[in-house]
Design a binder for this molecule. Structure first.
Ligand code: MN
Length: 238
């Protein structure tokens, strides 16, 4: 889990950082039973309400996540699902004034990966990351926006996968002079630089592929903004 800026560090171990008003907190955790693992992430505001950019960006990540779940079905290539999610993310970031340009071209240049550098998700089974992966004969891409994709295979009925897009403000990527030059025109840097310390948002569900689509196994855990805010309000009052 990570709070504040630590939310932008993927798989960070818990630290002693004290939560602050205005922070968002991200927790990536799951239960294990009889050796079968789950992996779930949720993000919420410490103060109880998503404010400003947090709200817009959370809603964007949620829209991307829900669209990916809606498109998951047997026969669908997981890599396609990932690339469609990247394009949706790029389009949303253009709408929010963070990226500039045509969403498909931005994804071709991996500009979206400055903010969403990891893959859409992975197979689940015995342990969180060991099952599945690339179909035999397929090599992982070396593209910045694809090389961390842990699943590259056509989905089949009863496969269990995670779907977990995210948005992060990662200093190491955004302060890198080479990337700043490469994406000079693709990023609205004046809008991005003040987001320093924002942290990260990830929404991760575990999904079983069914004959006609996908069943969300972790649907009982709130993820809509209104549901999270109501949940937080209840917690803050008790
Ligand atoms: Mn995961």
């Amino acid at each position: 889990m990570g709070s504040g800026p630590n939310g932008a560090i993927l798989h960070i171990a818990p630290t002693g950082r004290v939560l602050r008003e205005g922070d968002i907190v991200m927790v990536d955790a799951g239960a294990e039973m009889d050796g079968y693992a789950s992996d779930v992430s949720r993000t919420w505001p410490v103060s109880g309400r998503f404010e400003g950019a947090q709200r817009d960006l959370y809603q964007l990540v949620l829209n991307v996540q829900e669209a990916a779940i809606a498109s998951a079905r047997p026969g669908k290539e997981y890599r396609e699902l990932h690339l469609e999610a990247c394009e949706r993310m790029a389009r949303g970031l253009v709408d929010l004034g963070i990226l500039r340009g045509d969403p498909a071209s931005l994804v071709e240049r991996d500009a979206h990966a400055l903010f969403f550098p990891h893959g859409l998700g992975h197979m689940l089974g015995l342990a969180t990351h060991d099952a599945g992966g690339c179909l035999a004969g397929r090599a992982p891409s070396d593209r910045f926006g694809l090389k961390w994709l842990r699943a590259d295979l056509p989905l089949q009925e009863n496969y269990v996968v995670t779907i977990e897009p995210g948005f992060y403000v990662i200093d190491a990527l955004l302060r890198d002079p080479v990337r700043r030059e490469r994406y000079r025109d693709a990023v609205n840097w004046e809008r991005v630089d003040p987001l320093a310390g924002f942290g990260g948002i990830r929404i991760e569900d575990d999904v079983r592929i069914t004959a006609g689509g996908a069943e969300v196994l972790t649907a009982a855990i709130p993820k809509q903004i209104a549901a999270i805010e109501a949940f937080r309000e209840e917690a803050l009052q008790s």
